[in-house]
Design a protein around this ligand. Structure first.
Ligand code: PEP
Ligand code: MG
Length: 759
C-alpha cells in the first residue's frame, strides 16, 4: 500500500472530505446521482478501489444502491439479508468491521455479479439514524490493507453525512424496487409487559419528535466545540434544578437513581468522544448523535442489565443535550396534548420527569424492564407503563389514538370508537371501585361471621411504603430486600443496608415489617452478582442456598437488620427453605450476629421473630419438626405453585396450565393451615394468590387468616372479606377439595355470585 489516504491524515483530512461531501449534497441532481458522486468522492479520498453504499429495505434486506469499483450492473440487484455476508453482519451488529483479509472471514458471502473477488481488504460501518440502521458504507482494497482505528472513526463520520442523504431525501421511496406499504391506519394490538399497572386512553406522542438535525458538517469546528460545551453546562444546571424540584420526594430509590444519572453528565469519556467527533468535522448536534449511535449499538449487544441501564442513561443524556443544542426545551410543554401517551424506544428516568405529569396518561416503550430506572420512577409517579412492546415506535404515528392496558400489557393502536367507549367505561368503573375501596379503608377487615383477617402489603421500594396508609393495611407481610440491591451498582455494605432498613421501619411506624433476607438467583438477578450459568436457575443456587454457602453475605444482612431495628421489633424470614436443617443453619447465623452485637455492647431489637418461607413442597412434609422451631410461617404461593406442579412460573406457555385453585394446591394450603393452628404458629400467604379476591376467598376457606399482597389489592380483598360468611364456606370447600377436578374456580365463582360476594 503506497498511496496515502486523506483519512490517514487524521482530523484535517476527514474535515476536508466532509466539506466536499457537504457541497456535493447541496448541489442539484437526483438523489441517485448525488449518491453516485458521493461514493466516487469517498473512494478517491481514502484511496480505495471500491466504495459502496447499501441501503436497508423493509427493515430486513440490504440493497446495493451505489458503487464505485464494483460492477455497475450489480446496483439495485445485489441484495443481502441482515446478518448475511459482511455487509449484513455490520448491519446486524450496528458495528464497524475492518479486515485485511475479508475473504477468509466466516461471514464473507461472494456475489459473482459484483466482481468483488479481487478485493481482499474491507472496512464497513453502519449508516445510522436515531438508533436505526439505514444502511452500510463499505470500502474495499485489492491489497491486504490494515485499516487503522482512526480510519474507521473517520468513515463513521462520513456515514453520519450519508444518513442525511438516506433518510432526508426519501431516496428509498424514489429509487429501485418498491417498498412494503406501512400498515396504514388500521386498528392494531401490540403486546408487552406491564411495568406499572393502570388503564389509559390518549393520543400518541413520540418522544423526541422535536429532534431534527439539519446540519451535519461543521462550518466552524471551534464554534461547534464551544456550543457543545455551553449546552453541556446548561444541561448540568437544568439537571441540578430538576433534582431540587419540590414535587420530587426527597427519599427513596428514584432519587438515588436520578443522582447516579446526574453523575453521568460529568462523564469524561463521553464528553471526549463528542469532542473527537467535532474535531472530525461534525457539528455539535451530529457529534452528539454519532456518539449516541455508538452507545445504542453497544446497548443492543449487551445483556447485562446493569450496563444496559448505564448506557440507557447516557443515551438519555444525549437526547437532553440535543434539546439544549436545538433550543427545544421551551417548546416542549405547550404543544403537547392534554392526554398524551408517550411512545419511545427507551426512556431515561429524568426524561420521564421532563414531561408535564398532568398531561401524561401512560408510557409505552420498546425496551424497559421491571427493574429499569424509568419503571421505578413511573411507579413512584403512578403512571401506567408498558415495556418490551415490539414495534410501538414504528407502528403508531404522532397524534393517533391509543389505549394502554397496564393490567394485561396490551396496547391498542387506533382503536375504534366503540372500543374506546368500552375502555372509557372500564376506566370509569375502576374509578368508582377505587372510591368504594377508599370507603372501606378504615373499616375493620372482619367477615360477616366475625372472623378477623389480617391484610398486609408486599413491598420492595421505599415508595411502596407510602401505600401502607392509603391501602388501609396492617403492616408489611413481605419486604423483598433484594429490590434495593437490584438497583445499586454494587453490594450495599452493612451501613448502607442498615440505613435502608431503618428508613423502612421509620416509615412503617408502629406497623410490623417482615423482612425477607436476600432472595436472589432464579429470575432475580443482581447486576453485579455472577452466580454462573445454570440449566435450571429457578431450581438452582438461589435465595437462602446462596446465603448459607456465602455466610458472610447473609451475616452482613442480618447484622444490618439487627442494627436497624435496635430498640424496636425485628421480624426476619428466610426464603426458599427446603428442609428444617437449612432453617436451623440460617437461625444459627442470626444467633451469631446477635451474640456479636451483644459482645460489642450494641443495642439489640426489643423483640426478634424468625420465620421460614414455605415455597418448596418438601418443607410441607416436615412441619411437625419445623413449626416448634419458628415464630411464624410465610407461604410463598408463587414458588410453591411452581414447585408443586413442576411448572416454571415465568414460562408464558404454562401460565394458565395449572390453577392455584386446584384441589391439590388448596389441600396443601389447608393442611399447612391446620398444622400451623395446632402449633399456634401464625401463617401468612404472601404470593400473588393472596391479592386476588377469589383466590383469597379460597385461602380463607382453607383456614388462612393473614394475607399479604401488592398494595392495590387490599381494597378489593377487604371488600370481599367483609361480605363473606366463612362458616358456610369452610363446609363447602371441604367437599370441593375431594373432587378430581382440574380446578374448583368455577364452583367458587358461582358461590360468590350467589352470595353476592364481590370478587
Ligand atoms: C412467592 O414465591 O410466592 C413469593 C412471595 O416470593 P417471590 O414472588 O418474591 O419469589
Ligand atoms: Mg418466592
Amino acid at each position: 500500500m503506497t498511496a496515502s489516504s486523506d483519512l490517514e491524515h487524521g482530523w484535517a483530512g476527514s474535515r476536508r472530505l466532509l466539506r466536499l461531501l457537504r457541497d456535493l449534497m447541496k448541489a442539484g441532481g437526483s438523489s441517485q446521482e448525488r449518491l453516485d458522486k458521493v461514493v466516487d468522492l469517498i473512494a478517491q479520498h481514502i484511496v480505495a478501489e471500491v466504495c459502496s453504499v447499501y441501503a436497508m429495505r423493509s427493515g430486513e434486506t440490504l440493497e446495493l444502491f451505489a458503487t464505485k469499483g464494483l460492477k455497475p450492473a450489480a446496483v439495485h440487484k445485489t441484495k443481502l439479508q441482515v446478518n448475511e455476508g459482511l455487509v449484513g453482519l455490520i448491519a446486524a451488529q450496528a458495528r464497524p468491521v475492518a479486515l485485511a483479509d475479508a475473504q477468509s472471514h466466516a461471514n464473507f458471502a461472494y456475489r459473482p455479479e459484483t466482481g468483488e473477488e479481487i478485493y481482499h481488504s474491507l472496512m464497513g460501518v453502519p449508516i445510522m439514524r436515531g438508533g436505526r440502521v439505514l444502511g452500510v458504507l463499505v470500502v474495499q482494497n485489492r491489497t491486504q490493507r490494515s485499516y487503522g482505528e482512526e480510519e474507521v472513526e473517520a468513515l463513521e463520520t462520513v456515514a453520519m453525512v450519508l444518513a442525511e442523504l438516506l433518510s432526508g431525501d426519501r431516496l428509498l421511496e424514489h429509487a429501485g424496487s418498491g417498498q412494503d406499504d406501512d400498515n396504514g391506519p388500521m386498528p392494531a394490538r401490540l403486546s408487552g409487559i406491564a411495568l406499572n399497572q393502570g388503564l389509559a386512553i390518549g393520543v400518541a406522542v413520540p418522544h423526541h419528535r422535536g429532534i431534527v438535525i439539519s446540519q451535519v458538517v461543521s462550518e466552524n469546528p471551534e464554534a461547534d466545540r464551544e456550543r457543545l460545551d455551553a449546552a453541556m453546562g446548561e444541561m448540568r444546571s437544568a439537571l441540578d434544578a430538576m433534582l431540587a424540584r419540590q414535587d420530587m420526594a426527597p427519599e427513596g430509590e428514584h432519587r438515588e437513581v436520578l443522582e447516579t444519572y446526574r453523575m453521568f453528565a460529568d462523564d469524561r469519556g463521553w464528553l471526549r468522544r463528542m469532542h473527537d467527533a467535532v474535531r472530525g468535522g461534525l457539528t455539535a448536534e451530529a457529534s452528539v448523535q454519532k456518539v449516541q449511535n455508538e452507545t445504542r449499538a453497544r446497548m443492543a449487544a449487551i445483556k447485562d442489565p446493569y450496563l444496559r441501564a448505564r448506557l440507557a442513561d447516557l443515551d438519555d443524556l444525549g437526547n437532553r443535550l440535543l434539546h439544549h443544542l436545538l433550543g427545544l426545551d421551551e417548546k416542549r410543554r405547550d404543544d403537547l396534548p392534554e392526554n398524551m401517551v408517550l411512545v419511545a424506544h427507551d426512556l431515561g428516568p429524568a426524561e420521564l420527569l421532563d414531561y408535564d405529569q398532568k398531561r401524561l396518561r401512560a408510557v409505552v416503550l420498546e425496551q424497559g424492564a421491571p427493574t429499569s430506572h424509568v419503571a421505578i420512577v413511573a411507579r413512584a409517579l403512578q403512571i401506567p407503563m408498558i415495556g418490551r412492546c415490539d414495534g410501538i415506535t414504528t407502528q403508531i404515528g404522532d397524534g393517533e389514538n391509543v389505549i394502554v392496558d397496564g393490567e394485561t400489557g396490551q396496547v391498542l393502536l387506533r382503536p375504534s370508537k366503540s372500543v374506546r367507549a368500552g375502555f372509557k367505561e372500564s376506566i370509569a368503573h375502576k374509578e368508582r371501585q377505587q372510591a368504594a375501596f377508599r370507603a372501606v379503608r378504615d373499616l375493620p377487615s372482619v367477615t360477616r361471621d366475625g372472623q378477623e383477617v389480617t391484610l398486609l402489603i408486599n413491598a420492595g421500594l421505599m415508595i411502596d411504603l407510602t401505600h401502607l396508609e392509603d391501602a388501609g393495611a396492617e403492616g408489611i407481610g413481605l419486604y423483598r430486600t433484594e429490590v434495593p440491591f437490584m438497583i445499586r451498582d454494587s453490594f450495599p455494605g452493612v451501613e448502607t443496608q442498615a440505613d435502608i432498613y431503618s428508613r423502612i421501619l421509620d416509615e412503617a411506624g408502629s406497623k410490623p415489617v417482615a423482612f425477607r433476607t436476600l432472595d436472589v438467583g432464579g429470575d432475580k438477578l443482581l447486576p453485579y452478582w455472577r452466580g454462573g450459568q445454570e440449566d435450571n436457575p429457578a431450581m438452582g443456587w438461589r435465595a437462602v442456598r446462596i446465603g448459607l454457602d456465602r455466610p458472610a453475605l447473609l451475616r452482613q444482612q442480618l447484622r444490618a437488620l439487627l442494627r436497624a431495628a435496635a430498640g424496636r421489633n425485628l421480624i426476619v424470614k428466610f426464603p426458599m427453605i427446603s428442609e428444617v436443617a437449612e432453617f436451623e443453619a440460617a437461625k444459627a447465623l442470626l444467633q451469631r450476629e446477635i451474640d456479636r452485637e451483644k459482645a460489642l455492647g450494641d443495642r439489640l431489637p426489643t423483640d426478634i421473630k424468625v420465620g421460614a418461607m414455605l415455597e418448596v413442597p418438601a418443607l410441607a412434609l416436615q412441619l411437625p419438626q419445623l413449626l416448634p422451631r419458628c415464630d411464624f410461617l410465610s407461604l410463598g404461593s408463587n414458588d410453591l405453585m411452581q414447585f408443586l406442579f413442576a411448572a416454571d412460573r415465568g414460562n408464558p406457555r404454562l401460565a394458565r396450565r395449572y390453577d392455584g385453585l386446584s384441589p391439590a394446591m388448596l389441600t396443601l394450603v389447608r393442611d399447612v393451615a391446620r398444622q400451623c393452628d395446632a402449633h399456634g404458629v401464625p401463617l401468612t400467604v404472601c404470593g400473588e394468590m393472596a391479592g386476588q379476591p377469589l383466590e383469597a376467598l379460597a385461602l380463607l376457606a382453607c383456614g388462612v387468616r393473614r394475607l399479604s399482597m401488592a398494595p392495590g389489592f387490599v381494597g378489593p380483598v377487604k371488600t370481599m372479606v367483609r361480605s363473606l360468611d366463612l362458616n358456610e364456606l369452610t363446609v363447602n370447600i371441604n367437599r370441593l377439595l375431594t373432587l378430581p377436578d382440574h380446578s374448583i374456580r368455577e364452583q367458587l365463582r358461582s358461590y360468590a355470585l350467589e352470595q353476592d360476594i364481590p370478587i
